[in-house]
Design a protein around this ligand. Structure first.
Ligand SMILES: Cc1cc2nc3c(=O)[nH]c(=O)nc-3n(C[C@H](O)[C@H](O)[C@H](O)COP(=O)(O)OP(=O)(O)OC[C@H]3O[C@@H](n4cnc5c(N)ncnc54)[C@H](O)[C@@H]3O)c2cc1C
Length: 387
């Protein structure tokens, strides 16, 4: 199937597809059934260098852009896998590369590139403040050469399969800053050290097989040298990660969308009811065609968001819009795929129900569709602020 961008990045697409072929749908299905983590798959991606795509060559990575990283994520999802197991390292990377000190880059990047460390976690969301990020209550108070962290996070993914986490905390009380986005800072946290010294992790069993957790900080001490960039400017830095996350997840949804369309198209051609293939009915054809059109349109916005991101230009709106369009399109493709598989769509062995659950997440996380609409209404269209 000829799709937007399918004639570009052929080397990357072929190589990732070849790797994914060793981990067929059955592998991902079994991991899902066991609520496990695709350790072998993530190891294979790491050994092949894909998890170091965004690390500059000088630190042992391949120095690729977000565009190429997004193609890697897209291909994993298109092959029936779920990048959610490992996309954290991709979206966190530029927070460290662009805002970390040379010392921090030298300390972490070569070891991440070599596969000795994983940077898979980002701790932003909190239970009592949700999407209202600037009101987070987790604090980091400087005491000598350390910051002491207290508070709580929720939905923090891959903590149990990562060595490092980027943590957002308030370093200046909200009442003492001019703008609510000021006074927030980000830190690189050594997860094992933190678990031994004041961070408790409680897993959250959820609808998708997605390792995610509640975190509790009780006087966790972080060395002051683990502060990324300038104290109080963390909100600006974390946006580098959040914009990458939205764009990469758009690409993953696009991969899902093509997977659903491939799957349902093949099924609709072969499933015969009333003496003809179900795909001969326009009632079946149209929702599939509509989903395909929407995935293709979302893909254009994804490449635009990637282009701006890689050019270090403002890309928040495009990243949000790409994620909005792609999550909506993949969800429509998922619905058509499930519907036209009839009862078989519910059978685990067809993988449709698993991918259906996986792609549904992206209407809510990492940012809900409502908050994207609100961003566009206020920041692009200039409508009055609602909050
Ligand atoms: C599986 C999973 C993994 C995750 N991984 C991570 C992670 O690794 N790190 C991390 O920091 N976070 C993570 N998250 C959190 C995720 O980013 C949040 O769930 C998401 O941003 C929504 O925040 P919330 O759940 O607090 O919803 P809330 O902010 O409570 O909002 C609930 C709903 O209300 C609506 N809403 C809220 N405010 C408004 C408004 N002003 N206008 C209109 N509608 C509104 C929206 O529809 C929204 O969906 C994860 C979540 C899940 C489910």
């Amino acid at each position: 199937m000829q799709t937007i961008g399918s004639d570009r990045f052929q080397d990357i697409r072929d190589a990732v597809r070849a790797l994914c072929a060793d981990f067929p749908a059955e592998y991902h299905r079994k991991v899902d059934e066991a609520r496990g983590y695709p350790e072998d798959f993530v190891d294979a991606l790491t050994k092949a260098g894909w998890m170091a795509a965004l690390i500059p060559e000088a630190y042992g990575g391949s120095g690729l852009g977000l565009t190429e990283a997004s193609v890697i994520m897209e291909e994993i999802n298109r092959a029936g896998g779920n990048s959610g197991a490992c996309h954290g390292q991709m979206y966190n990377m530029n927070t460290l590369v662009r805002h970390g000190s040379e010392e921090q880059r030298k300390k972490y990047l070569p070891r991440i590139a070599a596969g000795e460390l994983r940077l898979q976690s980002m701790g932003v969301t909190e239970p009592t403040t949700g999407t209202d990020t600037t009101r987070i209550k987790t604090t980091a108070v400087k005491k000598g050469d350390r910051y002491v962290v207290n508070g709580q996070k929720v939905w923090i993914s891959r903590v149990q399969h990562s060595d490092l986490m980027i943590l957002l905390a308030r370093t200046t009380p909200l009442a003492e800053v001019k703008k609510k986005s000021e006074g927030l800072s980000i830190f690189i946290v050594d997860i094992k050290e933190a678990m031994a010294g004041g961070m408790a992790v409680r897993p959250i069993l959820n609808m998708v097989n997605h390792e995610t957790n509640e975190l509790f900080f009780d006087n966790l001490e972080i060395p002051a040298e683990n502060l990324i960039g300038e104290e109080g400017q963390g909100f600006k830095y974390i946006l580098t990660g959040l914009n990458a996350e939205r764009t990469l997840i758009a690409a993953e949804c696009i991969g899902d969308g093509y997977w659903f369309i491939d799957k349902v198209t093949a099924y609709a051609k072969e499933r015969v009811v009333f003496g003809r293939p179900i795909g001969q009915n326009q009632g079946v054809q149209f929702p599939i065609a509509e989903a395909f059109i929407e995935v293709e349109a979302a893909n254009l916005m994804r490449f635009e968001a990637c282009r701006l991101y890689d050019a270090h230009q403002p890309c928040g709106t495009q990243a949000n819009m790409a994620k909005y369009l792609a999550a909506k399109a993949s969800w429509e493709a998922a619905n058509a795929c499930l519907q036209f598989h009839g009862g078989f769509g519910f059978a685990c062995e067809y993988d449709v129900e698993r991918k259906f659950r996986e792609t549904r997440l992206y209407q809510v996380a990492p940012i809900s569709t409502n908050l994207i609409l609100s961003h566009v209404a206020e920041h692009v269209l200039g409508l009055p602020r609602s909050f």
